[in-house]
Design a protein around this ligand. Structure first.
Ligand SMILES: [Zn+2]
Length: 396
């Protein structure tokens, strides 16, 4: 009788133990999801224990969800730009973005290429050829509604590892995620995932080089270089953890308005490897957008170069940039998650003088009306490889 009671007690305590473990994991799962929505990024480790392979079990598709993503090119802060933003002992770049802010903040997710490192004024500000920008650039991006910046570009090491550490600390403090440059191995391993309307986006970023400044041997993680094998591995890892893989690539020839063969080849490889959206920059001028059809029938969206967004460059095509806008639709069906990209749209912008600032980013149609040759030529240019890119004239 005693023996039976003992067995009964052992079974009971085992059941209690299993129940506690299950409850713990359930609570932890909730934490992961809260963390996702609150602070944008999550660690790989936390996520691997809770895979998100969603499958509809009732044999029907679940209602689709959609998120709007916007992306802009180079935030390239020359000396003349930060001098224009100087206010007593600090800097204010917000007026420079005031006119395009409504187009950024209406999106669910907003991406920019932070070309010049935001190392802060204490480190000593500097302009071309080795840039260092004030922290207040980050404040203006945050205020305009940007969620994530790429730092994988040829200027990332301009002012050394210290500037990267300053920039990442500041961006963390103000709640902007960064990708492509890192402060440790763990930081690099932590794939950036942002959630919008129930859709998980990962952001990977790479650059062709660092202007000849060597990457410190003991800190190989500081910046992601273009390397097809590494990129494919990252994409396949990201795909396990999210619904949509966005790859930012700093590549191409400066001031060339069409992509070169290397860009086209790399983009094809990245599309085949599983990228959904590829965002290019570096040429300082706009290069067209294109749909890439993969061998398994997916349509991948690429824009080869987003040009400059905010800069002190004053050539006609280097003053013109724009805001790319995409609607990403997720449907969960019996075979898992399906991602479709809809309504590719573009708001061309130009850096010009306004009452607010000498360097303001404004919609192009405010300077050149939509019937002008400048506007029409840009439309023909951006639709060179595709005919369904819509030019935005007003906020929808
Ligand atoms: Zn560049």
């Amino acid at each position: 009788m005693m023996m039976k009671l003992k067995i009964y007690l052992v079974v009971l305590s085992m059941a209690f133990l299993i129940l506690s473990v299950l409850l713990y994991f359930q609570q932890n799962g909730n934490k992961v999801h809260n963390f996702l929505s609150d602070s944008l990024t999550i660690s790989n480790e936390a996520f691997h224990s809770h895979p998100i392979k969603q499958i509809s079990e009732n044999g029907k598709n679940l209602p689709a969800t959609t998120a709007k993503l916007v992306a802009v090119g180079d935030i390239l802060i020359h000396g003349i730009v930060y001098k224009d933003a100087k206010k007593n002992n600090s800097y204010d770049f917000k007026p420079m973005l005031a006119q395009i802010k409504p187009y950024i903040e209406q999106a669910d997710l907003a991406f920019a290429n932070q070309e010049t490192i935001i190392g802060g004024a204490q480190l000593g500000l500097s302009t071309y050829p080795t840039f260092n920008s004030p922290f207040e650039v980050g404040d203006a991006l945050k205020d305009a509604g940007f969620d994530i910046v790429s730092m994988a570009n040829n200027h990332v090491l301009d002012r050394g590892v210290k500037a990267i550490e300053n920039a990442t600390r500041y961006l963390n403090d103000i709640g902007i995620a960064y990708t492509g440059a890192y402060t440790s191995h763990d930081d690099k391993e932590n794939i950036r995932i942002l959630k919008a309307n129930g859709i998980l986006f990962s952001f990977l970023a790479y650059t062709y080089g660092t202007n000849g400044i060597p990457i410190p041997k003991d800190k190989p993680y500081v910046v992601n270089l273009i390397n097809l094998e590494n990129m494919k591995e990252d994409i396949s890892e990201a795909k396990q953890m999210c619904d949509v893989v966005v790859v930012s690539v700093h590549f191409g020839n400066e001031y060339e308005r069409l992509p070169n063969d290397n860009q086209k080849q790399l983009v094809k490889e990245l599309a085949e490897a599983g990228a959904h959206i590829i965002i290019g920059h570096h040429p300082h001028v706009l290069q067209p957008a294109e749909w890439i059809e993969t061998e398994d029938g997916r349509k991948v969206f690429v824009i080869y170069s987003l040009g400059n967004f905010l800069s002190g460059q004053n050539g006609h095509y280097t003053k013109i940039g724009g805001i790319l806008q995409l609607d990403i639709e997720k449907t969960v069906g019996v075979n898992g998650v399906d991602i479709q990209i809809h309504n590719p749209a573009f708001l061309p912008t130009i850096v010009t003088k306004t009452s607010e600032s000498k360097y303001s980013v404004v919609p192009l149609h405010q300077v050149y009306n939509s019937n002008s040759e400048v506007y029409q030529e840009l439309f023909r240019h951006m639709t060179h490889f595709m005919d369904d890119l819509y030019f935005i004239k007003n906020i929808q």
